[in-house]
Design a protein around this ligand. Sequence first.
Ligand SMILES: Nc1ncnc2c1ncn2[C@@H]1O[C@H](COP(=O)(O)OP(=O)(O)O)[C@@H](O)[C@H]1O
Ligand SMILES: [Mg+2]
Length: 327
Amino acid sequence: MSGDAIRARDLTKIYGQLSAVDHLNFTVRSGSVFGLLGPNGAGKTTIIKLLTGLSEITAGEATVAGFDVRRDPMQVKRRIGWVAAEVILDDDFTAWENLWLQAKLQRVSAWKPRAEQLLAYFDLTDRRKDKVGTFSTGMRKKLEIALALLHEPEIVFMDEPTIGLDPSTRHMLWELIAGVNREFGITVLLTTHYIEEADALCDQIAIIDRGKFVATGTPAELKARVQSDFIEIETTELVDETRWRAIAGVTDVRTEGRSWILRTPSAQTTLPNVFAALRTDQIQRINIEAPSLETVFLDVTGKHLDAAGPEVHDFRKFYSTVRRARQ
Ligand SMILES: Nc1ncnc2c1ncn2[C@@H]1O[C@H](COP(=O)(O)OP(=O)(O)O)[C@@H](O)[C@H]1O
Ligand SMILES: [Mg+2]
């Protein structure tokens, strides 16, 4: 497949008075990883539901894998995979039985070689005969991604694929998701409210807040929007704030614990001035912080991404609540 995997024009979803998705225009290049980064309630899941045909488009249009979502929903469904934010596995089934069930649901006939390949890729071959109820959260997520890939989709949608996972499991999943894109050649559209995740995985990012894109670009382009570096410095002796402020190129000075944080348009040109102003033996520690996506979100929305919405802290607790609510 070449060209655009997804094209959305004025894509809109209105719930009552609320524009959950508000006239969005974007394209996802075939073979790329596209990230929707935004806080809870921004409209990320709604966008996935519109693109996968799970929710009716209020206005605008979208093509996925070359087919109009409204006119050809079945053609679209055949070519996409979907990894929901919620757990969808059956605890009483083994990994292999879950794959078998998925093959039935998707009407994939010769599914076994593909299932074996996926189990191997996600390092679950040894656990294929174990009930999913015994799996860790990370293993469940891996199996869910495997299920979404069983029918060999061109595009896979992953809704908050690492929400609530511990950092090491999250990093392990990043590697696997990057491989799904690179090795399997599948276009990935993922949503996240983790800045580092978008930064690590995505070729293109759209930062979304209240149904609207507030900034779009590559991670590097987005970071370039915020024109400051930060020099973090710790000294052996007390240094007066006025001395920092007097250094050429330093535009702002803050303290954080024992460190000073100097804001500057360019750490590269300002650092020699810092060294000249201080004796080098006074410097205990120095760290350069390049502009990050967090600074971008802060810059465009005036709030921190994590502070912008409630976070789901405990994954298991959250899902046991969901299961109870369903009963
Ligand atoms: N079925 C629905 N009915 C009414 N409002 C909804 C529905 N689904 C989502 N919303 C609202 O739309 C907004 C976007 O929700 P959602 O797409 O789930 O955000 P995100 O996935 O970014 O957290 C929220 O304000 C949410 O409350
Ligand atoms: Mg969501």
